[in-house]
Design a protein around this ligand. Structure first.
Ligand SMILES: C[S@@+](CC[C@H](N)C(=O)[O-])C[C@H]1O[C@@H](n2cnc3c(N)ncnc32)[C@H](O)[C@@H]1O
Length: 273
C-alpha cells in the first residue's frame, strides 16, 4: 500500500465541498458531455470518493440516467456518501449510487468493466509513483474518459502578502513530497507526472487550472486550511517552527476574521482516448 494512510474527516470534506465545487473546471465537464453515450445509463466509478462530493457536483451537470459506483477504503465516509446522494441529472433523469469498500490500489480492470467515466478528486497528490503508474494502467485498460480533479500544484498566495509566506509555502511543498514507507509522495508533482504517464500511453490529456479562491465568506475554511498548512510546514522544518509563532497567530487571526484572501492552486485533468 503506497497511498498515504491519512484518515480524512467528514468535517473537513464538508467544509471544503463548496470551495471545491466552485474551483472544479466546468470547461472539462463540457468536454465530458461530448463523450457521453447517446443513450442508456451511464456508469461512473468515483475512486477514493470520500463523502461523495464529486458526484454531488458532477451528476447534476450531466444529462441522462447515471449509476455512480463510489469506491473508498473508509467505510464511515462511504456511509456518508450513500446517505447524501447527488440530485437528479441535468435533464431530470435518475442518479443512483452504489458504494464499494475498495482499496483503489488493488482494483483490476474487471472491477471497472463497462465504465463510461472514471473520476477521482483530491487524490493524486497523496500517492507515490507506483500507485500512480498502476492507476494510469488501470484507467487505460478500461478505456473510458478519466477526470482527475483538484490536485495541488504548489502555488499558494496570501493577500496581504508577508515575507514569511514563501518560506512556509516551500516547507509545505517539501512536506507534500516527503518520503513515506511506500516511497516519495507526488505532492505538487502529481499533475505533471499523471499527464506525462497518460500521454506516454497514447492518451490526449487536457489540463485546466482549478484554484480555490477563498475570501471573506470562506473564513472557516481559510482558517482550517491555514492551520493544516502551517502544521505541515513546521513538521517538515524544525527551524521554521521555532520562528513562526507570531506570524502564525497573526495569519490565523486574519483568516478567522475574513481578512485574508487565500488562493490555493490546483489542476484538473481530463484524459481522453
Ligand atoms: C482528500 S480525500 C478526497 C475525497 C473526495 N474524493 C473529495 O474530493 O472530497 C482522499 C480520499 O481518498 C481515500 N483513499 C486514500 N487512499 C485510498 C485507497 N488506497 N483506496 C481507497 N480510498 C483511498 C480516503 O479514504 C479519502 O476519502
Amino acid at each position: 500500500m503506497t497511498v498515504e494512510q491519512i484518515r480524512v474527516s467528514t468535517e473537513w470534506l464538508d467544509l471544503r465541498e463548496p470551495a471545491d465545487a466552485a474551483a472544479r473546471s466546468s470547461d472539462l465537464v463540457e468536454r465530458i458531455r461530448r463523450q457521453l453515450p447517446a443513450a442508456g445509463r451511464m456508469v461512473i466509478h468515483d475512486l477514493a470518493c470520500g463523502s461523495g462530493s464529486m458526484a454531488r457536483w458532477l451528476a447534476p451537470l450531466l444529462p441522462g440516467p447515471q449509476l455512480w459506483v463510489m469506491h473508498d477504503r473508509d467505510a464511515d465516509l462511504l456511509e456518508v456518501a450513500a446517505a447524501n446522494p447527488p440530485g437528479p441529472a441535468a435533464d431530470g433523469a435518475p442518479v443512483i449510487v452504489e458504494t464499494r469498500l475498495s482499496d483503489i490500489t488493488q482494483l483490476l480492470p474487471d472491477d471497472l468493466a463497462g465504465a463510461n467515466l472514471i473520476t477521482a478528486s483530491a487524490l493524486l497528490d497523496l500517492i507515490t509513483g507506483d500507485p500512480l503508474a498502476d492507476l494510469v494502467g488501470l484507467c487505460s485498460a478500461v478505456g473510458c474518459p478519466v477526470l482527475l480533479t483538484l490536485s495541488v500544484v504548489g502555488r499558494v498566495e496570501l493577500a496581504p502578502a508577508e515575507p514569511l509566506d514563501r518560506s512556509v509555502a516551500g516547507a509545505f511543498d517539501a512536506h507534500q513530497r516527503r518520503m513515506t514507507a511506500g516511497g516519495r509522495l507526488l505532492g505538487p508533482d502529481a499533475v505533471s507526472a499523471a499527464a506525462g504517464r497518460f500521454r506516454m500511453m497514447g492518451h490526449r490529456v487536457l489540463v485546466r487550472s482549478s484554484p480555490w479562491r477563498l475570501g471573506p465568506a470562506d473564513a472557516d475554511l481559510a482558517a482550517e486550511w491555514l492551520t493544516g498548512w502551517l502544521d505541515a510546514a513546521c513538521e517538515q522544518e524544525a527551524e521554521l517552527a521555532a520562528g513562526v509563532g507570531a506570524y502564525a497567530d497573526r495569519r490565523l487571526a486574519q483568516a478567522r476574521a475574513g481578512q485574508l484572501a487565500v488562493t490555493v492552486g490546483h489542476s484538473d485533468l481530463l484524459v481522453l482516448s
